[in-house]
Structure formats: C-alpha cells, structure tokens
Design a protein around this ligand. Structure first.
Ligand SMILES: O=C[C@H](O)COP(=O)(O)O
Length: 322
C-alpha cells in the first residue's frame, strides 16, 4: 500500500475457528431488504456528491484483465491512474493540491513489469491477479509459484482466487490451508482473497468463506473476478461486510473490502461508498481498507464530475473510449 496511506496492523490470521462461522445462517431476503434500503436511502448534497466521487476515484483498482492486454494498453491505463481527471476539471474543482490518483492498477502477472515501469515515482501500487485467475483450477504449487513471480516482478498487492469446490463441499480446512499458503507466498505484498461469490450458492456460504479467508490471513476480501455470471451485488457485499465486522469484533483486526465486477456507473460507486459508511464507518472509506475493482467505472465518474462543474454533460465524442 502506498506510503501516504494509513497503516493498520496487518491481519496475522488465526487458527481455523469453525465456531466463528458454523452456526451462522444468512437470510437472503433480509440481506436484500437491508441492501435496497441503503441504495434508496441516500440523498447527498451536490458538493458532497463531488467529494464522494473523488473519494471513489482514490479507491479504484483501475483494472485491465483481458486476453488482448499489451504493454501499450497497460501504459495507457497507468497514465489514467496517475491522472484520472482532465486537467481542466482538476482546476475547476480546485483540487490541484490533492495529487488525485487511483488506489492501484490491477493487471495479469505478465503485465506487472510494464505497469511497474509506467507507474514509477507515482507511489501507486501495482496489484496482480494470481493463482490461476479466474477459475483457480491449477495445481496449488503452480498457483503459489505465480504469486512468487508477480511479487518478484514488483506487484505490491496480490489478488488470489479460491477453490470454489472447497466452499461448495464445506471443506473449510482445505480452504483455510490453501489461503494460508498463498498468504505466506505473498510475503510483504498485501493479499486480497477473491471469493467469486457468484459461484458459491447461498449467502451462508459467502459468510463462511469470508470468515475462513480472514482467519487464513487475508488483508482484503473481494467479491468477484469480474468473470463470473454474477459479480458484485449489494446483498453479497453486505454479507461479506457483516463477516468482516464480526471478525474485527473478535480479533481487533481491520480487514479491507473490494467489490469488483460489473461496477460501471458513478451511482454504483456511491451505493458502495454508502454501504461502507453505514456498515463500517469512516475508516472504510479510504483506499487502505476499501477498493473498487473496475475496468470501466472511471469514465462515468469523470462525466458526472464534469456535469457538477459545468452543469452539463459533454457530448459522447469528447469522452475517452477506455
Ligand atoms: O477486479 C476487477 C474486475 O475484473 C473488474 O471487472 P469489470 O471489468 O467488470 O470492471
């Protein structure tokens, strides 16, 4: 995490403690009600809205995870991470001193050196997916070697994927052991555990997998790869945040949260910021504990900030296409 971010004691994990999750059942309709209440309840004054959107930018893991990624495409993404808004908008918003950047850039392992080079001197960390992303169905030693490779190339954050089978079969020990091994392979790099919640079935499984991931030493828990049929939703996020809160109450450690997949609009960003604020409070509105994984969210945020500044939307042909 970058030097100007607050430092929390890193979660060392615990032994596997099934008593912390085995008795928990999550009621889907209650979670859906609570989540839609959060989405509906927000009424933010205009200036506050701009401040929230700037905060959202600071929490974005600006992502490209596509088969046609190239060093050039990654370099363009990194330029956007360094300067997420047009200079005239920065000036009009009066935030020249803010040094506004995204939270990180997130790429595939072989793109890490290109991202590291393009971000040199910016303080923006490079995150790498690893461990057989997105399905994770690669032998464990190869998955661990992939982490080692990404860290050696300069990734400071590693987004791992779990073996969904372990959750679906309730094999918590196997899940714990694989995540603990991944955390060890990460070393100093912070680890985000992608649960791929769209593959996990009932929300009770989401809660239990979240708890095991934290017990195994994850720094962040993350909803989705962006490649499942269903990615980040508010009820799933709420379930993960309740697990995160319970883990914090019982261990004293603050775990980060990263919704990812399908988040494309400024309204999405606002909904998730509100969810964080209502469930966990101020500390979870900052990039050391909150990231939004997104490949195409920044464009709409920029568009809404332009509207805030000028009172109108620029025509589509003035907006960047990526
Ligand atoms: O981790 C980030 C996700 O892969 C991004 O998904 P997205 O392309 O739907 O924004």
């Amino acid at each position: 995490m970058s030097a100007d971010q607050e430092h929390h004691l890193r979660n060392p994990g615990t032994p596997l403690l099934p008593a912390m999750f085995e008795g928990i059942e999550v009621n889907r309709s209650a979670a859906e009600r609570r989540a839609s209440g959060i989405a509906a309840s927000r009424s933010v004054k205009k200036d506050h809205q701009a401040a929230y959107l700037l905060r959202a930018i600071q929490c974005i893991d600006l992502t490209t995870l596509a088969g046609d990624d190239t060093p050039g495409k990654v370099a363009r993404l990194c330029a956007k991470a360094r300067q997420p808004l047009r200079p005239d908008l920065i000036a009009a918003l009066g935030i020249g001193d803010l040094n506004l950047t995204t939270g990180a850039v997130c790429v595939y392992p072989t793109m890490v050196p290109h991202a590291v080079k393009a971000l040199e001197g910016s303080g923006i960390p490079v995150a790498s997916v690893a461990t057989g992303f997105p399905a994770g169905l690669t032998p464990l030693p190869l998955r661990l070697a992939e982490i080692t490779y990404a860290v050696e190339q300069g990734a400071r954050e590693i987004d791992i994927v779990i073996t969904r089978e372990h959750v679906l079969l309730g094999n918590w020990q196997a899940l714990y052991d694989e995540i603990a091994a991944m955390r060890e392979a990460c070393g100093e790099a912070h680890m985000k555990a992608i649960l791929a919640t769209g593959d996990l079935g009932p929300l009770t499984n989401v809660y239990r997998a979240s708890m095991v991931a934290m017990q195994a030493g994850s720094d962040f828990i993350k909803t989705s790869t962006g490649k499942e049929g269903v990615n980040a939703t508010l009820p799933v996020s709420l379930t993960m945040l309740r697990a995160l809160r319970d883990y914090g109450d019982q261990t004293g450690y603050k775990i980060g949260f990263k919704p990812a997949g399908g988040l494309k609009t400024a309204k999405d960003a606002m909904n998730w910021l509100f969810l964080m604020k209502e469930e966990l409070g101020g500390p979870w509105l900052k990039p050391d504990l909150f990231r939004i994984g997104a490949s195409s969210l920044l464009g709409d945020i920029e568009r809404q900030l332009e509207h805030h500044v000028t009172g109108r939307y620029a025509s589509a042909d003035r907006h960047a296409m990526s």
